[in-house]
Design a protein around this ligand. Structure first.
Ligand SMILES: [Mg+2]
Length: 330
C-alpha cells in the first residue's frame, strides 16, 4: 500500500492538521486563528520581540535522518532560541508551510504533531498561519512573538574589553551528529542534538532578568563565527581557552577533534554572552541547573585566537573565509 499524499485532501483539512488546539487560548488574543489575521493585546508595558526562521528540506533537514515530528519540533526550537537570546518569554507563533502535492500525509501529520508538542512545552500559542502547495522542496517557516520588559532586552551590542565570555551547555554535538550521519554512523545523543535541539528559553529569561549580561546571542552558526559576529562590529576580539570549551562525553567518544568540532560547530542553540568576570555565582543562579562555562575574554582589538595555557596562540576556527566552504551545508 502506498502512502496517502496531501493531494488527496483539501486545503481546509490540511490547515486543520496544524491548527488543532494544544493549549488553552490566551485571554490577550482578541482575534484567533481562522480569520484573515490574528490580533492580540501586548501585556502591560511589555515590549514585543519578534523573530522568523525557516527550515528547508534538503538544506536544513533531510527526511532520511530527521523524522517528521523532530522537523516540526526543530522549526519551533530554532525560533525559540532566537527569542531566548533576547531574554524574551515566548507567547505566539505564526506558521507558514509550503508543501509539494506528493508529500505523504503521515509526514505532514508528523510535522504538525512536532510543532504542537514543542509549542505546548513552552506555552506558545499558534494563532495563525498559511499552507500552500509548492513545486519545490518542503519549506516550513515560523514567526515567533515574545514579550519582555523593555529595559531587560539583551542585544548583541554592549560588550566591552575585559568582559568574560560565557556559554551554556556543551558545544559541537549537532555538528558531530551531522558528521556521523554523513558517514553512515549514529550516536543517539549526537543525533538528537542535531535533529531535536533544546532551546535555552528559561535560561535566556533568567539571564535577562539578572541584568548582568552585556551582550548575548544564540549559537546557530558555530562559536567561531557567532563570536566574531558578536564582537567584530564593535572593533573587539576574543581570546578563547581551548581547554575550557565545554565538550560532551558523546563528542569526546566520537573520534572527531573535539575542540575544532565544538568551535566550528553550528546549530548548537546554546547561549553565548559577555558579562563581568566576578559575577559567576549570580549568572549560574540565573541559569538554574544548566551548565555555565567561562571560555575566554573580550580583548580590545578585532583578533580571535585560541590561547593555550603555555601562551601558544592559534587563530580561532570558524572565520569568514573558512565558512564560505561550509555554507552549502546550511
Ligand atoms: Mg540567532
Amino acid at each position: 500500500m502506498t502512502d496517502r499524499t496531501i493531494a488527496e485532501i483539501g486545503e481546509a483539512e490540511l490547515i486543520a492538521r496544524f491548527a488543532e488546539r494544544a493549549i488553552a487560548p490566551f485571554p490577550e488574543v482578541i482575534v484567533e486563528n481562522g480569520d484573515d489575521a490574528a490580533a492580540f493585546l501586548p501585556r502591560n508595558g511589555l515590549a514585543v520581540v519578534t523573530t522568523t526562521d525557516a527550515l528547508v528540506e534538503g538544506v536544513h533537514f533531510e527526511l532520511y535522518f530527521s523524522d517528521p515530528r523532530s522537523v516540526g519540533r526543530k522549526l519551533v526550537s530554532v525560533n525559540l532560541s532566537d527569542l531566548a537570546a533576547m531574554g524574551a518569554e515566548p507567547r505566539y507563533m505564526l506558521l507558514s508551510a509550503c508543501l509539494p502535492r506528493s508529500t505523504p500525509l503521515r509526514v505532514v501529520e508528523g510535522i504538525a504533531e512536532g510543532v504542537r508538542s514543542r509549542c505546548a512545552e513552552f506555552r506558545v500559542h499558534l494563532f495563525g498561519g498559511n499552507v500552500s502547495r509548492t513545486s519545490g522542496p518542503i519549506v516550513l517557516s515560523a514567526t515567533l512573538l515574545g514579550e519582555i520588559a523593555p529595559d531587560r532586552v539583551m542585544t548583541r551590542r554592549g560588550s566591552v574589553a575585559g568582559d568574560a565570555i560565557w556559554v551554556t551547555g556543551s558545544l559541537g554535538d549537532a555538528r558531530a551528529g551531522l558528521e556521523l550521519v554523513r558517514t553512515g554512523k549514529r550516536d543517539e545523543a549526537l543525533t538528537r542534538a542535531l535533529v531535536d535541539p533544546t532551546p535555552r528559553v528559561a535560561e535566556g529569561i533568567g539571564l535577562a532578568k539578572s541584568g548582568l549580561v552585556h551582550a548575548a546571542c544564540d549559537l546557530s552558526d558555530g562559536l567561531g563565527r557567532d563570536l566574531r559576529r558578536l564582537l567584530m562590529p564593535l572593533g573587539l576580539g576574543a581570546e578563547i581557552d581551548p581547554r575550557a570549551v565545554p565538550i560532551s562525553r558523546a563528542l569526546l567518544a566520537s573520534g572527531l577533534d573535539p575542540v575544532t568540532t565544538a568551535v566550528e560547530g553550528g546549530e548548537d542553540y546554546e547561549l553565548l554572552f559577555t558579562a563581568p568576570i566576578d559575577r559567576r555565582d549570580d549568572l549560574a543562579r540565573a541559569l538554574g541547573s544548566t551548565a555555565l562555562t567561562l571560555i575566554g575574554r573580550v580583548v580590545d582589538r578585532p583578533i580571535f585566537e585560541l590561547v593555550e595555557a603555555e601562551g601558544e596562540r592559534a587563530p580561532l576556527p570558524g572565520g569568514f573565509d573558512h565558512f564560505a566552504h561550509v555554507e552549502d551545508r546550511r
